[in-house]
Design a protein around this ligand. Sequence first.
Ligand SMILES: N[C@@H](CCC(=O)N[C@@H](CS)C(=O)NCC(=O)O)C(=O)O
Length: 201
Amino acid sequence: MLRLYDHPASGNCYKARLLLAHLDVPYERPLVDIFAGEALEAEHRRRNPAGRVPVLELEDGRFVAESGAILLFLSEGTEYLPDDRLERARVWQWLFFEQNQIEPSVATARVMQWRGRDADSPEAYEHRTAWANEALDSLDAHLAANEFLLGDTYTVADMAVYGYTHVAHEVVDMSGRSAVAAWIGRVESQAGFMNDLAPLP
Ligand SMILES: N[C@@H](CCC(=O)N[C@@H](CS)C(=O)NCC(=O)O)C(=O)O
């Protein structure tokens, strides 16, 4: 059986759990207590040298790390990853966008706020929220003209970007971003959608 080394409060892990739910694939879910430093221990670094979750373990014991890589691996041959070369490149485009623009801004600001660093290091926090606002504005502009990130088809790109965008309101004002709000509603109405992202402990 597949095994997902996971933490319930990790949005990066949630992306993989969301796809596994859509695919209705059974899997084991060993907890890596990232808040107790377990991801950085040698045992976990053997699974992922970067010391992060999620990590997917295949039935034969091989590992795949990085949420985007896990999404691409699991979605191969399914309705959530197109066959067409250009469309696949556009999936990668949004996975890279998520990792370069959304995750380091929204996810980092969220953790900073949770740790009280918004008060302790306001300049660093404002840098992340300004970055988040810029990224979310560009996402909103794209979604104003597109039902999903690739146009009319729901793909792993939507799952990846949804992972942290749906909690962006915790760190920035989302009230002006109606296209993002409508897209969040469309993602949440997809067959097999679930949201089990736990709050930060
Ligand atoms: N780019 C990676 C980021 C993974 C990541 O940052 N995971 C966090 C949890 S959301 C983690 O494992 N942190 C453990 C630590 O920093 O010790 C991905 O998308 O999978």
